[in-house]
Design a protein around this ligand. Structure first.
Ligand SMILES: [Zn+2]
Length: 67
């Protein structure tokens, strides 16, 4: 499934409202949880919001804390 990068450009962190960076794995690919296609990362809060089934889940409860 492809993800609309234009849509992702409009997403901001629900906590601090800064634009999020898309992570599709790369060196962190092995760390992506099962079922997560990509993550939207907030460097300030060190949270990664999952994208599942092409839908960004912008809930703090679903975010993954980054080390
Ligand atoms: Zn944030």
């Amino acid at each position: 499934m492809t993800i609309d990068s234009r849509l992702l450009d409009t997403l901001v962190c629900p906590i601090c409202k800064v634009p999020l960076k898309t992570s599709r794995g790369g060196e962190a690919e092995a760390a992506l949880p099962e079922g997560v296609e990509a993550e939207l990362v907030c460097p300030a809060d060190r949270l990664a919001f999952p994208i599942k089934d092409g839908i960004a889940r912008m809930l703090v409860d679903e975010a993954r804390s980054l080390a």
